[in-house]
Design a protein around this ligand. Structure first.
Ligand SMILES: [Ca+2]
Ligand SMILES: [Ca+2]
Length: 385
């Protein structure tokens, strides 16, 4: 478990460790052998022959081969969302392990929807690229899959190949904040937050493609727990005041998220995970600072993710948060005037209630916010607003 080893190492180096929030234990499933392209079906399959609404068209189902395995998209009613808005060219910043070129985001000969933003890892001993901050935000080392998987969850193309993202037309701004050890220095995170939103950071050129939504699939598990880091908190306040929504995973310790950065920070839309049945897996953090839940999978039943052209089954709040970020970007496509507070309010209001009224079947004190992300209902509210 790299997190524990790394945490001790990071503490001796004087860093407050922030770690990426994917659960390390992973199931890798076999990828189908690469062969000639599969011919696209001439007549796309209809989701239902019955007209579900007289006002909205019945959206066709994607032909991307892994779509049928993406159970999380059904759980959040992505078809209902796509009936309102099938995609929106809204920029979502992924502050994570950095840029990895994804076929889902950059088609051969087509325009790329991902931006190699900036490398904010200031410690050359942990950066893996031989220096500190620099303009190449490429991911380095075996953990680089993390940022790529998050980007694909948000924005993978609806192109008859691989998987489909929540917003298949979103633009991804990759900002590297994690070292090769998966740890993040709070000052690097604070500066990256400001930069992603288009605010100035000393020594770094201005970001010419500012984001409307920032995804943080990372957390600091302090020992002892000390809540929200002051530097990160100040950056979140500045970014929110500029109209940028910050979405964060609640972390994977099965603990109260209020003791964590950024999950315990004010103005963050904190997302915990539920399994396919809508229940809290043991790893998922909980409590009053959690706004809502989204599918995050369980160790026995992971979430399908695409990285390096391979389908992976993983679980963790890392993978719950990007679905909320993706839905928020679709909402901004429908209504660009929505503020971070309005987005948060609509996402909570539209959430699906937990089965039997609570996410934790054993302990009612382990709360998971307003409910489970409902993309369809959220988009319908955003369109009416
Ligand atoms: Ca560097
Ligand atoms: Ca695809």
């Amino acid at each position: 478990m790299f997190r524990f080893t790394s945490r001790l190492l990071a503490l001796t180096l004087g860093l407050v460790p922030l770690t990426i929030t994917g659960v390390v234990a992973a199931i890798r499933i076999t990828t189908p052998p690469v062969g000639p392209p599969v011919p696209v079906q001439n007549s796309p399959v209809r989701s239902s022959p019955v007209q579900t609404s007289p006002l909205l068209p019945v959206p066709t189902l994607p032909t991307d081969p892994y779509f049928a395995q993406q159970w999380n998209l059904q759980q959040i009613d992505i078809q209902g969302a796509w009936a309102v808005k099938s995609g929106a060219a809204v920029t979502v910043a992924v502050l994570d392990t950095g840029y990895v070129r994804s076929d889902e985001l950059t088609s051969p000969g087509g325009a790329s929807r991902e931006i190699n933003g900036y490398d904010f890892v200031s410690d050359a001993s942990r950066s893996g690229d031989g220096d500190g901050r620099d303009p190449d935000g490429s991911g380095v080392g075996p953990l680089a899959y993390h940022g790529e998987a998050v980007a694909n969850l948000i924005a993978a193309a609806r192109d008859g190949q691989g998987v489909v993202g929540v917003n298949p037309q979103a633009r991804i701004l990759h900002v590297r904040v994690a070292g090769t050890d998966g740890l993040i220095a709070p000052q690097d995170l604070a500066d990256a937050l400001r930069w992603a939103a288009g605010l100035s950071v000393p020594g770094v050129p201005m970001n010419r493609t500012p984001a409307r939504v920032v995804n943080l699939s990372l957390f600091a598990d302090f020992v002892p727990l000390t809540g929200c880091d002051a530097r990160v908190n100040a950056a979140i306040q500045a970014v929110t005041a500029r109209g940028v929504l910050v979405v964060a995973g609640a972390a994977n310790d099965g603990a109260d998220a209020s003791g964590y950065t950024p999950a315990g920070c004010a103005d963050v839309l904190t997302v915990t995970a539920v399994d396919r049945g809508g229940q809290r897996p043991a790893y998922a953090n909980w409590g009053r600072t959690v706004a809502l839940a989204a599918p995050g999978g369980s160790p026995a039943d992971g979430l399908p993710l695409l990285s390096g052209g391979e389908l992976l089954l993983r679980n963790g709040t890392s993978f719950a948060a990007p679905q909320v970020a993706g839905v928020a970007s679709l909402m901004l496509g429908v209504n660009p005037a929505l503020t971070p507070a309005a987005l948060t309010s609509l996402l909570k209001l539209s959430a699906t209630p937990f089965p039997a009224g609570r996410c934790d079947p054993v302990n009612a004190a382990y709360t998971c916010g307003s409910g489970i992300l409902n993309a369809g209902a959220a988009l319908r509210l955003a369109a009416r607003k």
